[in-house]
Write a protein that binds this ligand. Structure first.
Ligand SMILES: Nc1ncnc2c1ncn2[C@@H]1O[C@H](COP(=O)(O)OP(=O)(O)OP(=O)(O)O)[C@@H](O)[C@H]1O
Ligand SMILES: [Mg+2]
Length: 231
């Protein structure tokens, strides 16, 4: 590990309930780490902690760089009252660009995600799920992140769209030298694209390792069960 992301002894409690339980996890620059585990195991909570959208109860997160998040429901993740060109321009304005520079920049990000600039005048509800996901990826990229946290980014899309969106994500990762934390229920997908896998159960990481090892020799009963259920 190169210390790109270091999570130490991280916990999050809601009332008396521990949702993230003493997690230790590292990531290296430019890797794809798959975070898998049943519904309710704490994956999205861990993502929100890394994004600093919520405060930990204890422990630490050191991240050398900026993180952005891509959500499962792209339309809900965009401001319904904002034209999508302005949504993509906004992070650049926040970083100090003037309006004109930011709009020109936004057109470039539209291109990177395979959308023509003509979509810019639309509002989120006037887009298909796939188009909206492209816009939300463009908006994330416009904030110049090093880490993308993708929380079930393909789950709301049909199979054909999933394939083209995955291709786009892998191309962007290479081109922009990004690091991905990829949260998914889809173990076959995780096996295909991830360098390493972390398995989460009831708030804890019960197993982590290179993808081939996790799939060939799962150590934890829970991982074995997840693998069996995914076939
Ligand atoms: N703000 C909150 N207040 C109280 N409990 C919460 C809060 N946010 C999450 N939880 C609880 O924490 C647990 C983990 O939720 P989380 O959303 O992290 O799970 P997940 O692994 O992402 O599940 P899924 O795969 O269904 O998305 C759940 O039991 C959830 O009810
Ligand atoms: Mg979740």
């Amino acid at each position: 590990m190169d210390g790109f992301l270091e999570i130490n002894d991280l916990s999050k409690k809601y009332g008396s309930r521990t949702v993230v339980d003493h997690i230790r996890l590292s990531m290296a620059r430019e890797e794809i780490l798959g975070l898998v585990g049943q519904s309710g195991s704490g994956k999205s909570t861990l993502a929100r902690l890394i994004m600093r959208l919520i405060e930990p109860s204890s422990g630490s997160i050191l991240l050398k760089g900026k993180a952005q998040m891509i959500f499962q429901d792209p339309i809900a993740s965009l401001n319904p009252k904002m034209k999508v060109i302005d949504a993509v321009a906004e992070p650049m304005i926040a970083a100090g660009a003037n309006k004109k520079q930011a709009v020109l920049g936004a057109v470039q990000y539209f291109k990177k995600v395979g959308l023509s600039a003509g979509y810019g005048d639309r509002f989120p509800r006037q887009l298909s799920g796939g188009e909206a996901q492209r816009v939300s990826i463009a908006r994330s990229l416009a904030a110049a992140p090093e880490l993308l946290i993708l929380d079930e980014p393909l789950s709301s899309l049909d199979e054909t769209l999933q394939r083209s969106m995955l291709d786009l994500l892998l191309t962007l990762k290479k081109r922009e030298k990004l690091t991905y934390l990829f949260i998914t229920h889809d173990l076959l997908l995780a096996e295909r694209i991830c360098d390493r896998i972390a398995v989460m159960k009831e708030g804890s990481i019960v197993e982590t390792g290179p993808t081939e090892e996790i799939f060939a020799h799962p150590q934890h009963d829970y991982t074995k069960r997840l693998l069996r259920d995914s076939i």
